[in-house]
Design a protein around this ligand. Sequence first.
Ligand code: R5P
Length: 305
Amino acid sequence: MMQIFSGSSNSSLSNKLVESGFFTLGGIELSAFTNGELRVRITEKRVESEVTVLQSLSNPTEQYLVEFALICDALKRSGASKITAIIPWLGYSKQDKVFLPGEPLSVKVIANLLQTAPIEKLYTFDLHNLAIMGFFDIPLINLSAKPLFVEYFGRLPKENLLVAAPDAGAVKAATQFAQELGADVVYLDKKRDLVSGNVTIQGISRAVEGKDILMIDDLISTGATLIETSKYLKDHGAKNIRVGATHHLYVPGVQEKLDNSAIDELVVTDTIEKPATTLSNKLRLLSVAQLISNSSLNQEKPISY
Ligand code: R5P
């Protein structure tokens, strides 16, 4: 069994990994000094030479990034020689381009910062853009939560089912997903204003009247993509709309907007911990714990969508 040391971002996923029987939880104390600086102390009596650190770079991203680096340094000084990082949600990964002149290539900066920590290998889930892998010099394994969605939505009747790709970036994943389910696919033409962030849907590849729609996306941030797309689809006659998204960033107020949207069911994973205050009847959670356990211990070939 591998020792896992958990940062404070997603202890419920760390606990699930321990429950899955492949990991043991390493002792660690996480607190802060009175001036606000983070304080980390490894309390584990016997630190293995190969260890795993789990930290999602969710909000507050900068705090979790520093905490991650401190944990890795503390582990190295406590005897670990090989550290594998599990960062289920790679913060800043939406900033994967210089969108407007004068902007940084933010995710490259995060990749550089992460690699100042003594890690040998990094696991993440459903990267926003596979080109991000090129920003890392260490091996980056991009796992996918799609098998969870295939299993969960596989129960739906196929005759009336259409898998929807909300934008150009989702086309490949949605097409593969539709093939796995044995369903047809519909593409939407989404435009986002780079300054306001407003989303508009400008077209659709086929009629959706009376169809059961299953939309697959990598992440929910402002919720604008899903809200506008589902409204467009319902306005064009779709019968019901289900969504599978790997990462829910739980931006304050967004779940409420999603609850009031045309979406009938929203399924996300636990790459980011759900805040206890986020309540919703539409929201279902699937855990990526088993996918991590299988991949990290059995050295399975990672699935990339
Ligand atoms: C777009 O390229 C992504 O796949 C997501 O659709 C998008 O980032 C979701 O962001 P938001 O929830 O802010 O529309």
